[in-house]
Design a protein. Sequence first.
Length: 317
Amino acid sequence: MLAVVVAGMPATLLVTAAIVVAVRSRLGTPLGDAPPSAAPAPFSKRHYVGWGAIAAVTAALSLAGVGGAGATSGFMLAATVLGYLGGVSAPPPFRAAVHPVVACAAAANAAAAMLGAVTGSGYGATLGAYLTKGVGGAPPGAGDALMSLLGVVILSYGFRIAAARALIARHAPEIGVGAVGSALFSLFATGAFARFVGLAPAYARALAPRSVTVALALPIADALGAPGSIAAAGVVLTGLLGANCAQALLDAARHTDPVTRGLATAGAAHGLGTAALARSEPDALPFCALGYALIGVAASVLASLPPVAAALLAVTA
């Protein structure tokens, strides 16, 4: 599975970029100036001190057996935020190798392993309490707290898309063709390559929707008769790899304009790629956020069409 993700993410990234550039060249669309974007404010010392204090207090409460699930969730939340803060403030060579989003995920997993080992609850149980969605009356975890902010994040993307609406209208053909082309390529190339490297048909079909968000990948995998757990793992691995490597790969391929970079990152790394661009490339963010949504919709619609579904089943047979 890892080989499919490692090969598939760069392939989808560069093919999507090539489609966008080809459509623009064919139509002769001139690149316009992106709307000015203010650089995000740097984190201050109080952010590090505040979250460090929360981590220390909640860790002490958890070790003392006081505070229950609330203390555990508080520690995991603080560890997640500190992982991102550490990734942002790391030296440039480190940031070039490990994106802050990846550092954030690594910190959360390391915190779960450490807390689980010290308290005796184990890594799996500690990480399982990170996002509970209240199933079975379980108390909310750190992931639930972060997910509650998702609506605000999406709304902020909407403002960025609205600010770039004139540029989006100019490049609408590139965006539309790029979204559909990216979805088609990722679905079929992933499935075909997975079978080529010897994965079972069910696993190949589960990995086919790896370039769209989990919420859309699971219904696609279900429609193809594939296991949802493998589909979700493929999506997460793809997103982490894309968040970490997409910008460097686009630099190497000399794709510099925000339209191409945004759409290619969306096609290759869905939501995690969009989050990675939010701070480092605000000019590309509107195209990445829009592409993230359009590519997910395109993949879902395509996979629901009987001829396309039959073709996917044949490719992965």
